[in-house]
Write a protein of this length. Structure first.
Length: 78
């Protein structure tokens, strides 16, 4: 019986980590969307970082990622 509860606890913890991971992924997508929109409007990377309260290198890394993936129009913005 003890193994049953141990296995059940492990399954619940895996499920809760999965749910947390999904929320974190949606938060990342939301930040990337915000970064892309702000960049398209001509906002500098430093101002994007300040507005979203995230490090500048995170903004620049994500803008490069979006450009490489073809998700960011490189003809507008900086």
């Amino acid at each position: 019986m003890r193994n049953y509860y141990t296995n059940l606890a492990l399954q619940c913890s895996k499920f809760s980590l999965l749910i947390v991971g999904l929320f974190e992924m949606s938060a990342v997508k939301g930040l990337r969307t915000a970064m892309a929109k702000m960049h398209k409007e001509g906002v500098s990377g430093a101002d994007i970082a300040r507005t979203l309260r995230i490090p500048k290198f995170t903004v620049y890394d994500n803008l490069v990622y979006l450009k490489v993936q073809g998700l960011l129009n490189t003809t507008q913005g900086h």
